[in-house]
Design a protein. Structure first.
Length: 263
């Protein structure tokens, strides 16, 4: 009845014309399948008492879905096919399993705005970094923008090997010791070495650079303040001399230059 009332209010005569459906705040406990509205893009079901989302499994065109303030305890199998979603609000529900919930959302490569606060799963100490790492497309999480520093911390926490590769390349070598301090985690608790830089050895100032005794420390220090180096190579044997250009009266051809950049 609630769906039919909305169709009358909006003046829709054909299911194919329905792009927006507003069913918020009507005390609904369940909703029949909405598969007939296969072009539906915007759906408000917030502030109800919904516990099951199986009615959404065929609404592939949805881009905005508002499910906040309901009684959801599990979303497994209900949202994974909604790959076009850009905005998904799920706060103020009863979602408890963080891994299971995030796994359901992994296929949403366009998801930019997500809210999961005021759910039991948000009490996990690594909750925010976990979501940021496994849902890299999200730019706004729980009404707060995701920062580059948070992305780096998430990478260091859940993919330590790749983080070390990105952070420990310098002078053409790789240091096997992780950089920086360890982020507290119930999933990853390995200690990380932190290099103490003696006074006078900092990069970017005008003090005398005293060589470090340990080569590993030198590489580690350089990795922490790495810059971009560029090398170019030209095969001059293939370049025509001035005399050859004058005698053969040929237009000058640009020599092929190979440029390699190192960070």
């Amino acid at each position: 009845q609630a769906v039919e009332n909305q169709l009358k209010i909006c003046g829709f005569r054909r299911n194919v014309d329905v792009l927006v459906l507003y069913l918020a705040g009507q005390g609904l406990r369940s909703i029949p399948s909405l598969s007939q509205f296969h072009r539906l893009r915007y759906l408000w079901i917030n502030n109800n008492k919904i516990q099951d989302l199986t009615f959404l499994i065929k609404n592939y065109c949805l881009t905005e879905l508002y499910l906040n303030n309901n009684e959801l305890t599990d979303i497994s199998g209900a949202l994974k096919n909604l790959r076009a979603l850009r905005i998904l609000l799920l706060h103020n529900n009863q979602l408890k399993k963080l891994g299971k919930t995030v796994k359901e959302l992994k296929g949403m490569i366009s998801l930019q705005t997500l809210s999961l606060f005021h759910n039991p799963l948000a009490q996990d100490p690594d909750y925010r970094l976990y979501v940021i790492y496994f849902l890299p497309s999200v730019q706004l999480l729980d009404r707060k923008s995701v920062t580059q520093k948070e992305r780096e911390s998430a990478l260091h926490l859940y993919n330590r090997e790749r983080s070390c590769v990105l952070q420990s390349i310098a002078f053409g070598k790789r240091v096997n010791t992780p950089l920086g301090t360890t982020v507290g985690s119930s999933r990853c608790t390995q200690p990380a070495k932190r290099l103490m830089i003696p006074s006078g050895r900092e990069f970017g100032n005008h003090t005398n650079k005293v060589p470090l005794e340990n080569p590993e420390d030198a590489v580690l220090l350089r990795a922490m303040t790495r810059s971009l180096m560029e090398f170019s190579f030209v095969d001059w044997n293939k370049a025509a001399t001035c005399q050859e250009k004058r005698l053969e009266n040929k237009a000058e051809e640009r020599c092929e230059k190979l440029t390699v950049q190192f960070r």
